[in-house]
Design a protein around this ligand. Sequence first.
Ligand code: SAM
Length: 290
Amino acid sequence: MEINYDSAAALRALLEEQGLGMRKKFGQNFLINPNIRKKLADALEIGEGDEVWEVGPGLGAMTRELLDQGAHVRAFEIDPGFIGLLHKIFAGEKGFTLVEGDVLKTWPQEAPAPYLLGNLPYNIGAVLLANFIEEGRFFRRMIVTVQKEVARRMAAKPGGDDYSSFSVLIGSAYKVSPLMVIGGSSFYPAPRVDSQGIRLDLRIDIDPAARPLLFYPLVRQLFSSRRKTIKNNLQSFVSSRIMMAEAGPLDIVLPVLEQCGIKPEERAENLTIEKFAELAERLGKYDGLR
Ligand code: SAM
């Protein structure tokens, strides 16, 4: 089945002919700009036979690019109408597998792949990426499209307002390279906000899978009240996790901060990823903490 993915009118007509509607709650915007589709697919740098996960294929515009490059695509789609149509569009294509349902629920059952591409639905993009990292599912490379402000948070460095627990989470596992900003007119229907492509390469200078156990919960806690000092936030964190009554939270917090060379009045937004890791590692040495 041939589809003109470059034309809003053609896509609208196809949906109408198939009796399908668009659902806002699934963040459905089709990328109708062929140059951007190609640039995103090329940025994945895949070769013949490579396994790629695609999140939210929609009507298959990016899927087509990937299959044309020889990839084996495992596509995760939630919309029952699109699922039916995708089966028709890619019928007989050996490299195509469809995983039906909510990707947040279906991905853990699927065999890992080295690459991921996704023009991510705005409402689950950040949650899904955080979920992969916290559950230890890493990709050699990901190319994703997200809202511009999410992209800014992903690439943020310590010291700015955009630096958040999400920045630390992403940067703890991936080298982040922002790609092109994509205006609303490149999509059908056109969203009001700009999007941005992002390239994520798995870090090779550290082993992201070997992060200390307390790393992710600690990062979340330290940013939960970002205007509070590290000492106060850390005190709450330790209090909620301490199992032995002999030591008070400050008996742990103050020496650990000193060992890490962090001033008690410092704020989470100024700590580097490696400082968070060091903190988590040193805290993890206390048997009474869980
Ligand atoms: N890839 C297409 C493109 O670039 O033109 C469509 C991208 S559209 C922004 C997002 C797609 O993700 C839609 O097809 C939508 O139905 C799907 N989607 C939304 N939430 C989902 C979820 N939780 N699990 C799987 N797919 C989802």
